[in-house]
Ligand binder design. Structure first.
Ligand SMILES: *Cc1c(COP(=O)(O)O)cnc(C)c1O
Length: 369
C-alpha cells in the first residue's frame, strides 16, 4: 500500500543528527524553554526572512496567539476561507471573534481577493488567508485591501513552510504568520508544535508572554494566557529538518510534476493549478475528479491511499453551520464535492508515483484495463 505520507522514509535521512541531538537534551535534562528552541526560533526567522519567530504548541495555537496579540476579540469579524482545515476558523472563535467566509478561487482554491471587499463591514478587524496545500495566497491583492481598510493580516502558513511569492516567504507579508509542525506538514516534528512569525518586536513580546500563561517574570501574570510551548526535543527534530527543507520541498515539486505529466488527458480530471506568482510547495497534491467514489475505489484496488481535503466547507460544518443559515459559497462547495488528494511526500519513488498514476488512469478506462 502506498500511504498518503510515509514519515519513516524521512526519518532515515535525519536519524543520526536527531539521535545525537536528543541524547544531548536528555543528558542535560532541560526540556522546555531551552537552547534548542531558542536556536530554532532564530534559524526559522533567518530562513523565512522575518525578525521574530515564537515557538508554541501547535499551528492552532500559533493562529490563536497571533489573533490574541493583535487584539482581535468579541464583536470583531475576521475574513477567511471556507475551504481549509477546521483549525483556521477555530482560532478565530477562540478569541471570541466571528469567522466571515468568502469564496475561493476555482483554480488555486485560495481566498478569492476580488470577493473580499464586499464582505468588509465596520466590525471587520482582520483577514486570515490560508496558503492552501502549499500554494501562497494572492498576498499583494490581500495586503492592498487590508491597508486600504486598516485591517490586520494573519497568514495561515500551516501548509506552506518554505513557499514564496515574489521571492518572499509566506509568513512575512502580514502582521503575523502561523506555522504548524504537526508531523505530516512540510516541516514536521515528532509530535505537535507550531510557531508564529512577525516583524514587530512588540507583537513578539506579547506572544512570548501569552504562550507562557501571560507571564514575563516568573509568577507575575499580567493577563490570562495559554500554556503553549514548543519543547526542546521537538526543536532538535525541527532544526535537523529545517536544514533540509529546500530539498524536501523540491522533492514534493518533483512528485507533483510527475503526477501532472502522468495524468494528462483524463476527461473531467483537473490537476492542481499553479498561479506562477510564487513557489508552490505541495503540502497536498489535490485533484478535482468527476466521479470521486469511482476513482477512490480504483485507487484502493491499486494499493494506493487517498484522502479528501476537505469534504465539508467550514460554513457547513456542524459546529458552525447554525451561524451561517442560507450562506452559499458555490465554488468552495463544488470543490469540496470533487477534490481528491493523492499520496504526497518527498521520498516517493518514480515507481511509486507511476503506480499511483496507473491506478487513477484505470478509474477512467475500466473496460480496457
Ligand atoms: C494543520 C493545520 C492547522 C493546525 O495546525 P495544528 O498544528 O494541527 O494545530 C491550521 N491550519 C491549516 C490550514 C492546517 O493545515
Amino acid at each position: 500500500m502506498i500511504p498518503m505520507v510515509d514519515l519513516t522514509a524521512q526519518h532515515a535521512d535525519v536519524a543520526e543528527e536527531i539521535e545525537a541531538g536528543l541524547k544531548t537534551v536528555l543528558s542535560r535534562g532541560h526540556f522546555v524553554f531551552g537552547p534548542q528552541t531558542e536556536a530554532l526560533e532564530k534559524e526559522v526567522a533567518a530562513y523565512l526572512g522575518t525578525s521574530h519567530a515564537v515557538g508554541c504548541a501547535s499551528g492552532t495555537d500559533a493562529l490563536h496567539l497571533a489573533l490574541r496579540a493583535l487584539g482581535v476579540g468579541p464583536g470583531d469579524e475576521v475574513i477567511t476561507s471556507p475551504f481549509t482545515f477546521f483549525a483556521t476558523a477555530e482560532a478565530i472563535c477562540y478569541v471570541g471573534a466571528k469567522p466571515v467566509f468568502v469564496d475561493i478561487d476555482p483554480h488555486t482554491f485560495n481566498l478569492d481577493p476580488t470577493l473580499v471587499e464586499a464582505a468588509i463591514t465596520p466590525a471587520t478587524r482582520a483577514l486570515l488567508p490560508v496558503h492552501l496545500f502549499g500554494q501562497p495566497a494572492p498576498m499583494e491583492a490581500l495586503m492592498a485591501i487590508a491597508d486600504k481598510h486598516g485591517l490586520k493580516v494573519v497568514e495561515d502558513c500551516a501548509q506552506s513552510f518554505g513557499a514564496t511569492r515574489g521571492g518572499r516567504a509566506t509568513g512575512t507579508f502580514g502582521a503575523a504568520g502561523a506555522f504548524s509542525f504537526f508531523p505530516s506538514k512540510n516541516l514536521g516534528g515528532y509530535g505537535d508544535g507550531g510557531m508564529v512569525t512577525t516583524d514587530s518586536a512588540e507583537l513578539a513580546t506579547v506572544m512570548r508572554s501569552l504562550r507562557n500563561h501571560g507571564s514575563g517574570e516568573r509568577y507575575h501574570h499580567h493577563t490570562v494566557g495559554l500554556n503553549s510551548r514548543l519543547d526542546e526535543m521537538q526543536s532538535v527534530v525541527l532544526r535537523a529538518k529545517l536544514k533540509r527543507i529546500d530539498r524536501y520541498n523540491a522533492g514534493r515539486r518533483r512528485v507533483a510534476q510527475r503526477y501532472n505529466e502522468g495524468l494528462v488527458g483524463l476527461p473531467g480530471l483537473v490537476t492542481p493549478a499553479e498561479d506562477k506568482a510564487g513557489l508552490h510547495v505541495y503540502a497536498q497534491y489535490t485533484l478535482l475528479v468527476p466521479e470521486r467514489t469511482q476513482v477512490m475505489q480504483a485507487l484502493q484496488a491499486g494499493g494506493v491511499a487517498c484522502a479528501i481535503h476537505y469534504p465539508i466547507p467550514l460554513h457547513k460544518q456542524q459546529a458552525l453551520a447554525a451561524d451561517y443559515p442560507g450562506l452559499s459559497l458555490p465554488v468552495a462547495e463544488s470543490v469540496a464535492a470533487r477534490c481528491l488528494s493523492l499520496p504526497m511526500y518527498p521520498e516517493l519513488t518514480d515507481a511509486q508515483i507511476d503506480q499511483v498514476i496507473e491506478a487513477v488512469r484505470k478509474a477512467f478506462a475500466p473496460a480496457s484495463a
